[in-house]
Design a protein around this ligand. Structure first.
Ligand SMILES: *[C@@H]1O[C@H](CO)[C@@H](O)[C@H](O)[C@H]1NC(C)=O
Ligand SMILES: *[C@@H]1O[C@H](CO)[C@@H](O)[C@H](O)[C@H]1NC(C)=O
Ligand SMILES: *[C@@H]1O[C@H](CO)[C@@H](O)[C@H](O)[C@H]1NC(C)=O
Ligand SMILES: *[C@@H]1O[C@H](CO)[C@@H](O)[C@H](O)[C@H]1NC(C)=O
Ligand SMILES: *[C@@H]1O[C@H](CO)[C@@H](O)[C@H](O)[C@H]1NC(C)=O
Ligand SMILES: *[C@@H]1O[C@H](CO)[C@@H](O)[C@H](O)[C@H]1NC(C)=O
Ligand SMILES: *[C@@H]1O[C@H](CO)[C@@H](O)[C@H](O)[C@H]1NC(C)=O
Ligand SMILES: *[C@@H]1O[C@H](CO)[C@@H](O)[C@H](O)[C@H]1NC(C)=O
Ligand SMILES: *[C@@H]1O[C@H](CO)[C@@H](O)[C@H](O)[C@H]1NC(C)=O
Length: 413
C-alpha cells in the first residue's frame, strides 16, 4: 500500500530528474504532429524547441512531462503548406506568438479556436497567407501586437479597420500596412496602451478624425500613402508622446496647425506630398528634438524661416516642390535649401523661365553644386553658344551651296 502510494511521486520525480539531466522534456506529441502538418519538423528526430540550429523557428515552455510551443514563426515556407484548423487547435493551449513571413500558405478557413483567440498575444503576417480575413483577425481579442504587412486583407465594409480592432483593447503595437485596407479611420479607439500605429500604404479615405486624441500614449503614427483629405486636426497636439509623425503622400490640405508646437518629443515630421499651404511656421525651429523634417511637394509659400544652424542639426530636410516657397540668400545657401528657389528682394521666389525643371534636376544629381543662380547662369551661357554654333554651321552650309550652284551654272554654260 505504502509502496503503491509512493510509486507515482517517485516516478514523476524520476522523470523530472531525467528531464533536468537531459536538458528538457520532449515536445507534446499532439503539438509535434501539428508542426508536421504545418510542414515543419519533417526531420523525425529534430527538436523544434532546440533553440539554435533547430529545424523549426519556435520556442517552448519548460513544461513537464511535455514541453509545449509558446511561439512559432513560419518563414519562407512552401506554397503547398496550409494552416489547418486541427494544427491550430493542437497548438492553441500554449501558443502566445504566431508569425508568418514570406509564407504563401493557404489561410485558415475556420475561425480561430477559443483558446487561441484568448491566449495569443502577438500575431504577425508579412507577405504571407495570400489574403487574410478581417473577421478572423478580429477574434484575436487579447493581442498586444498585431502586424499585417504586404498581405491583402479581405475587404468590403468601410468600417473594416474598426471591425478588426474594436475588441482588441490590449493593443500596444498595430501595423496594417500595404494591406489594401479601405474605408475610414475609426472615430473610436479602445486601446489605451497603443504606442505604435502604422496604417501606411492602404486606401484609407476621409479626414483624420479629431478623436485621434483618444490615442494619448502614442509615440509612432504612420498614416502615409493613403488618400486622407481635409486638414490636419488641431487635436494632433494632444498626442504629447509622439516622436514620429508621418502623414506623407496623402491629399491633406490647409496649414500646419500651431498645436504641433506642443509635441515636445517630436523627432520625425514627414508631411511631404500633400496639398498643405500657408507659410512654414517658425516654431518648428524651436522644437529641440526634431531630426527629420520633410515638407516637399506641397503648396507652402513665403520664405523658409530657418537658420543654417538649425538646418545643419537636422538629419533630413526637404522642401523642394513648393512653387511659391523661397529662401533668403543671406541666410541659407542652395546647398542647404536644396530644390528651393532663392528669394528676390521682395521675398518672392526668383524664377527664371526654365528654373523649376533645372533646380529639380540639380537637386537630384548635383551633390555639392554651387548656387542655383550660377547653375542658371551656366545654363543661359550654354544656350546662346549652342545657338551660335548651330547658326554658324547653317550659314557655312548655305554659303557652300551657293558656291556649288554658281560653279554648276558656270559648268552648264
Ligand atoms: C525566427 O523568428 C524570429 C521572429 O520570431 C525572426 O526574427 C528570426 O529571423 C527567425 N529565424 C529564422 C532562422 O527564421
Ligand atoms: C527560401 O527557400 C528557398 C528554397 O525553398 C531557398 O532557396 C531560399 O534561399 C530561401 N530564402 C530565405 C531567405 O531563406
Ligand atoms: C485575455 O486574457 C486574460 C488573461 O490571460 C483572460 O482572462 C481573458 O479571458 C482573455 N480575454 C479574452 C477576450 O479572451
Ligand atoms: C495597460 O498597461 C498597464 C500597464 O502595463 C496595464 O496594467 C493595463 O492593464 C493595460 N491596459 C489594457 C487595457 O491592456
Ligand atoms: C483590393 O480591394 C479591392 C476592392 O476594395 C479589390 O477589387 C482588389 O482586388 C483588392 N486587391 C487585392 C490585391 O486584393
Ligand atoms: C511609414 O511607412 C512607410 C511605408 O510603410 C515607410 O516607408 C516609412 O518609412 C514609414 N515612416 C516612418 C517615419 O517610419
Ligand atoms: C503614394 O501613394 C500611392 C497610393 O496612394 C502609391 O501608389 C505610391 O507608391 C506612394 N508613393 C510613395 C513615394 O510612397
Ligand atoms: C490654403 O488653401 C485653402 C483651400 O484649400 C484656402 O482656403 C486657404 O486660404 C489657403 N491658405 C493660405 C494661407 O494660402
Ligand atoms: C534676408 O536676410 C537678411 C539678413 O537677415 C535681411 O537683412 C533681409 O531683409 C532678408 N531678405 C528678405 C527679402 O527678407
Amino acid at each position: 500500500m505504502d509502496d503503491a502510494a509512493l510509486f507515482l511521486p517517485r516516478l514523476l520525480l524520476g522523470i523530472a530528474i531525467v528531464a533536468a539531466i537531459a536538458g528538457a522534456a520532449p515536445l507534446d506529441p499532439q503539438q509535434l504532429l501539428a508542426l508536421r502538418a504545418l510542414g515543419l519538423g519533417a526531420h523525425p528526430r529534430a527538436d523544434p524547441c532546440g533553440g539554435e540550429g533547430a529545424a523549426v523557428n519556435a520556442s517552448c515552455d519548460a513544461g513537464a512531462p511535455f514541453r509545449r510551443v509558446t511561439s512559432l514563426a513560419l518563414t519562407n515556407c512552401s506554397g503547398t503548406t496550409s494552416v489547418s484548423a486541427a494544427a491550430l487547435e493542437a497548438l492553441a493551449p500554449s501558443l502566445r506568438a504566431l508569425a508568418f513571413a514570406d509564407c504563401p500558405a493557404a489561410p485558415p478557413r475556420a475561425l480561430p479556436p477559443e483558446q487561441l483567440a484568448s491566449g495569443l498575444r502577438a500575431f504577425s503576417c508579412t507577405a504571407s497567407l495570400r489574403r487574410l480575413s478581417a473577421v478572423w483577425l478580429s477574434h484575436l481579442a487579447n493581442l498586444t501586437e498585431l502586424t499585417v504587412a504586404d498581405t491583402p486583407l479581405a475587404t468590403g465594409s468601410p468600417t473594416e479597420l474598426a471591425v478588426v480592432v474594436s475588441h482588441m483593447e490590449h493593443l500596444t503595437r498595430l501595423t496594417i500596412s500595404n494591406a489594401n485596407l479601405s474605408g475610414f479611420l475609426p472615430h473610436h479607439w479602445h486601446c489605451p496602451n497603443l504606442t505604435h500605429l502604422d496604417l501606411s500604404g492602404n486606401r484609407i479615405t476621409g479626414a483624420i478624425p479629431d478623436t485621434l486624441t483618444l490615442l494619448g500614449g502614442i509615440t509612432h503614427l504612420n498614416l502615409s500613402s493613403n488618400v486622407l483629405n481635409g486638414a490636419i486636426p488641431n487635436s494632433i497636439g494632444d498626442l504629447i508622446s509622439l516622436t514620429t509623425l508621418d502623414l506623407s503622400n496623402n491629399t491633406l490640405s490647409g496649414g500646419i496647425p500651431d498645436t504641433v508646437s506642443t509635441l515636445p518629443e517630436l523627432e520625425v515630421l514627414n508631411l511631404g506630398s500633400n496639398r498643405l499651404n500657408g507659410s512654414i511656421p517658425l516654431f518648428l525651429a524651436e522644437m529641440r528634438g526634431l531630426r527629420e523634417l520633410n515638407l516637399e511637394n506641397n503648396d507652402f509659400d513665403g520664405m523658409v524661416p530657418f537658420t543654417a544652424k538649425f538646418l545643419s542639426r537636422l538629419r533630413v530636410f526637404r522642401a523642394a516642390g513648393n512653387g511659391k516657397l523661397c529662401y533668403n540668400r543671406s541666410v541659407l545657401s542652395a546647398e542647404i535649401a536644396v530644390g528651393v528657389a532663392p528669394c528676390d528682394k521682395y521675398g518672392f521666389p526668383v524664377l527664371p523661365p526654365p528654373a523649376t525643371a533645372r533646380s529639380e534636376r540639380s537637386a537630384d544629381y548635383d551633390d555639392g553644386g554651387g548656387d542655383a543662380e550660377t547653375d542658371a547662369g551656366a545654363d543661359t551661357r550654354g544656350g546662346p553658344s549652342a545657338a551660335v554654333l548651330g547658326a554658324a554651321i547653317g550659314l557655312s552650309c548655305l554659303a557652300f551651296l551657293v558656291i556649288l550652284l554658281v560653279c554648276l551654272c558656270k559648268v552648264c554654260r
